[in-house]
Design a binder for this molecule. Sequence first.
Ligand code: GAL
Ligand code: ZN
Length: 702
Amino acid sequence: MGAAAGGSAGDRSSSAGSNRGAHRGALDRSLPTARRGILYGGDWNPEQWGPEVWDEDIALMRRAQVNLVTVGVFSWALLEPAPGVHSWAWLDDVLDRLARAGIAADLATATASPPAWLSRAHPEMLPVTREGATLWPGARQHYCPSSPVYREAALTLVEALARRYGDHPALEMWHVGNEYGCHVAACYCDVSAARFRAWLADRYGDVAALNQAWGTAFWSQAYHSFDEILPPRLAPTLSNPTQVLDFARFSSDELLGCYLAERQVLESLTPTVPVTTNFMGLFRPVDYWRFAPHVDIVADDSYPDPADPLAYVRAAMVGDLMRSLGDGAPWMLMEQAPSAVNWRPRNARKPPGMMRSLSLQAVGRGADGICFFQWRAARAGAEKFHSAMVPHAGAASRTFEEVTALGEELGRLREVVGTSVDASVAILLDWSSWWALEQPSHPDSTLELRAILESWYEPLYRSHVPVDFVSPAGPLGRYRVLLAPNLYLVAAEHAKRLADFVATGGTLVVGPFSGIVDQDDHVPAGPYPAAFREVLGLEVEELAPLADGEVVALTGPLAGSAGSASGWQEVIHLRGAEVLARYATGPLVGMPAVTTRSWGTGQALYVGCGLDAPTLEAVLARAWQGAGVRPLAEAPGSVGVSRRGRFCFYVNTDAAPVEVELAGSPTLVTGGELEEAAGGRVVLRLPGHGAAVVDAGGGEQS
Ligand code: GAL
Ligand code: ZN
């Protein structure tokens, strides 16, 4: 929620979770979940079919207990065949049918794929790549986010849609655009260049301040007027890193601007209808901390690879992020594949049970809606081999049976709606830092934030410790433990908030190559890491990545005899910190690798190398255990556990069956088998890819 959510290290005493997402409850735009329970459905593209199929669609939707469909996402060219000429008949019919069937419409504004007539008349609205290539129509998303032509045409359509359907009984939510930035995350055209210059003038005021921030004394890059500045187009060699960083900030703002322009039209014409768009998980091009305050419910599209052994862990991490983006309020899974996708080189199907378990896992991590792309498998077009709730094989299929069973099951979970998840541990995430980190010409230019985040998240998932994400500008005081797997770039005021967090009793764990540069991507004076030197109690004299394949041994209280590091090393000098692990072999033998320091009433730990997974797990366990955080369950690491109010969710991420011993006197809500074993123990049995929801009772945290 960025700065808007406020909060400081001083508010740690307030009971965690008590008023999370509260501002969303104050909406007069009430969400369909209030009436309908868990939302269940998918993208319905009736324009690809005729009315004969619509009858069958609606009958099958009712059978599957679908209560919401997203309609018209890619229908601009059919809704507006010529400028200002509308063809509503088919959509009138479709929405009337939905209303009669009692199914809500999440009506799309249809602006993600402009009609051919628009770019024919105004080719300057087409996007241009960094290399200077124009992206032509014939696929989708062929628009420059800065184009006034595109924005005006989009708003004209949005206004016409809102006027026509604002009072339609089926309309319960607006779906603006689609996946902002999915194919075109940034545009380098002349129109975008002019908007970039205006954005820079606004940020810096005068060109001298820009020269300072961009460090343009280097390589003769000084500008004497804003008019000289371009986007970081294809250049002979490395572009100015701050120019690249600011262009990423600008491009994210431009996509948000497209969304906000549509939202404004909808808010003024249909003030009681909630508005959202679909996010794409951990998506680098768009700063979702800035975006999320402007959606009435955070919605996400999630396509884990069924063949990936970490599919559940990765999906859970993104679910936790979505909940956090909404300040803890329920979110919705707007799109997932019922089985296979079509866009990987080879597309594994979801084995029986996996679609259900991933869905229940999302609910367990805060989702109040489970939807799919798409309702009926297409016969034509680039997505005809993408799975659908009604596959090519028809309703007499495993997929549709699983879809129907899940609809029935979610219908029984109504009481879960609106409950929250409590986490005392949060992972720090900052988009500017991400944009600055993943640039060339660094000591190690292969560092990828997503992989780093996953390597820190996985041990917490397997230890059943609930985790939120938080912006360095966000409500840090809610948490006992903050993890910064990587924060390469840290603004001075954020460094201060993190130091205050530790000083007032928090535990902070910082990963390698963090606190290195300021908000302009400049290295501050003195040894690394300027932002964290004091709180960590150390100085880094040199950054010293290891060669590919080089592994060095660790020793010390944490590492035992098996610990090792690879990829990254630093020359660390202690200035108050104590050693938790040091190098036992390699070029830095004897020097500190992992440290800890008491600071104020808190603790600050530093991981100064690329730790092997068990040692990283030990560092993290030391942090959360030391802070008094208790895991949700004593369960095998292959079981994902989460809790919403009194409901506990258990997901078997493995193909083999598993048993989990439960505490207290739980009752089964759905899935699995509960059995009383010897000694009054209660055992939950889950089949491979199985999942269960258990009512832990006890009136705890609702
Ligand atoms: C999403 C998109 C959908 C569909 C889906 C296929 O990116 O929003 O329209 O293309 O992927 O997996
Ligand atoms: Zn452009």
